[in-house]
Design a protein around this ligand. Structure first.
Ligand code: C5P
Length: 237
């Protein structure tokens, strides 16, 4: 994926639109998560799509297969480009999500990509073992969930760039590894534990990078975005 995905971690439609205005004339790939979607609903999706940007709707669905299938059917009708689920929902739920997307995609449009969250990066190995009663290592669990997502027919996973190579080896080279935690050299990592530059992410096997505060909190968002995009695309092409 050529364009870095910008995480629109805003709480209001107003903020999101003001930020979009800065990028007038640029064709973007935007990520809308729970915070913005739960405030602005489908309206924000419509606004972003009307401006011809691509959209990753990061809602991390996790429910019984029938509910996820029906939810995905509705979301696909909004014309989004990528969505996600928790792999912990299981193979049947992931397969149902794929069916829902296929059923809800308007004719003539591409079926949105579907990727899975494995273990959240906020979950420690100790927490996973004691709270989820999973006795494997965190790495083993991440790889296992990635394989489950792959076998269910999903397009990829959200993961750390540090995990991308291992995941591709355990699945296939074209299995997408969408990686947050991206900073330009010298930038503040904020609360991210392990960060990587766009160039580093590419060399570690990322298929797409997600960039949030590096751009949204920048004094010069457009310039910073272009720096990141250039570093990412330069190694991409
Ligand atoms: O601001 P920053 O670039 O750190 O934000 C990264 C984005 O990626 C945020 O929207 C965050 O929720 C998301 N994300 C993440 N780590 C994950 C999954 C998603 O940082 N494992």
């Amino acid at each position: 994926m050529k364009k870095p995905i910008i995480a629109f971690d805003f709480s209001t439609k107003k903020e999101a639109v003001q930020f979009l205005d800065i990028f007038e004339g640029e064709s973007l790939y935007v990520k809308v998560g729970m915070e913005l979607f739960y405030q602005s609903g489908a309206e924000i999706i419509e606004i972003i799509k009307k401006r011809d940007h691509q959209l990753f709707l990061d809602l991390k669905l996790h429910d019984i297969p029938n509910t996820v299938k029906r939810a995905m059917k509705g979301l696909a009708s909004l014309g989004v480009d990528m969505l996600n689920v928790h792999a912990a929902g299981g193979s049947e739920m992931m397969e149902a999500a794929m069916e829902g997307l296929a059923a809800g995609t308007p004719s003539g449009m591409d079926i949105p990509k579907l990727i899975a969250v494995t273990q959240l990066t906020s979950t420690s190995e100790n927490q996973m073992q004691s709270e989820q009663l999973i006795s494997a290592t965190l790495d083993e669990s991440v790889i296992h969930y990635a394989q489950l997502a792959h076998d269910a027919g999903l397009d990829g996973v959200v993961c750390s760039a540090f995990e991308a190579e291992k995941i591709k080896k355990a699945t296939k080279a074209s299995f997408m590894c969408v990686t947050p935690g991206i900073r330009l050299k010298g930038m503040d990592a904020q609360d991210q534990k392990r960060v990587m530059t766009p160039h580093g992410a590419r060399t570690h096997g990322s298929s797409a990078i997600v960039v949030g505060r590096a751009v949204t909190a920048s004094e010069h968002p457009l310039e910073t975005y272009r720096l990141i995009a250039n570093e990412w695309e330069a190694v991409y092409s």
